[in-house]
Design a protein around this ligand. Structure first.
Ligand code: RIB
Length: 300
């Protein structure tokens, strides 16, 4: 079982001709509310990929539908608590070039207390995986607690912020980073090349597996001297929201199924390539049959 300590958000998605500029008032040409949150998206992707995942999260009572959506997809939700606080939400603009800009309101995602973390970790078994992102509070406590309990930690430091630099990242087995996150962790410029980013990451975290996702430039895996590259599928993106989460969920499901890293990368990249061709976060995550058809070269 993989445990995912992660955000659950209500995504308010506005399609706009361009991302709003300072001082500008801009009319959107489409608006939807859907399930999102990096944590929820990753759990959903993992379940859709056939993985076994238990989500740890908090939601306002009025939004129980989000928990039901996760449950229907096969996510174990007994550790998703309904609380008397507003749920987290995201205001997302997506422009005609598929670029996005996101404002987060953490809400219930920031309500975890130390006692909650102790209880959640106590319910796991040594050797289980713990996946997490940077949208819930308490990672400075959770990472050492989970490591001491024998959990293998996979961390996606998204959204990247200064607090990530103070976390004991050497206690993580696996890091999922995009270019911005890799640059933030290493202090390199965001336009640094993949080799420079990977060199800096291995120097900083020599024992940690790193998966570097670069959108249209593909994805890299690194552990020590070993590096693998997975090219991206050539697709036209309409909305990249949640594509990174889709990648991570599919990767972790393939890892759980003990597939080799090259296959984990291939499946994850294929799932992400399907996701970017659809609008929305959770609703853009493809099913396993679609990913397998694509891998076989059949149209889904
Ligand atoms: O990664 C995409 C997600 O980021 C969205 O679903 C939004 O909720 C934010 O958390």
């Amino acid at each position: 079982m993989l445990h995912n300590f992660g955000s659950i958000n209500l995504d308010h998605v506005y399609r706009v001709p361009h991302l709003v500029r300072p001082g500008e008032t801009l009319a959107s040409h489409d608006y939807r509310i859907g399930l999102g949150g990096k944590g929820a998206n990753q759990s959903l992707a993992m379940a859709k990929a056939g993985g076994r995942v238990c989500h740890w999260g908090r939601l306002g009572h009025q939004d129980a539908w989000a928990r039901d959506t996760l449950s229907r997809a096969g996510v174990e939700v007994s550790r998703v608590t309904l609380v008397d606080e507003p749920s987290g939400h995201a205001i997302i603009q997506v422009d005609d070039r598929a670029e996005n800009a996101i404002i987060l309101f953490p809400g219930a995602n920031h309500g975890f207390r130390r006692a909650d973390l102790n209880k959640l970790v106590a319910g796991t078994q040594s050797g289980d995986w713990l996946l997490t992102q940077n949208e819930c509070i308490g990672l400075d406590k959770l990472i050492p607690l989970a490591d001491n309990h024998g959990l293998k930690i996979a961390f996606n430091p998204a959204p990247m912020a200064d607090d990530v630099l103070r976390l004991p990242l050497s206690r993580c087995w696996l890091l999922f980073v995009n270019r911005t996150e890799a640059a933030g962790l290493t202090g390199l410029a965001p336009d640094a090349g993949p080799e420079a980013l990977l060199d800096a990451l291995v120097a900083q975290l020599p024992a940690t597996e790193v998966v570097l996702t670069l959108g249209g430039e593909g994805a890299w895996y690194q552990l020590g001297d070993l590096r693998l590259h997975q090219p991206a599928l050539p697709v036209k993106a309409v909305d990249t929201t949640g594509a990174g989460d889709t990648f991570i969920g599919y990767y972790m499901a393939a890892l759980q199924a003990r597939l080799p890293v090259s296959e984990c990368l291939k499946r994850a990249s294929t799932a992400a390539a399907l996701a970017v061709q659809r609008s929305g976060a959770a609703e853009s995550i493809p099913g396993l049959n679609e990913v397998e058809d694509e891998l076989k070269g059949e149209p889904s």
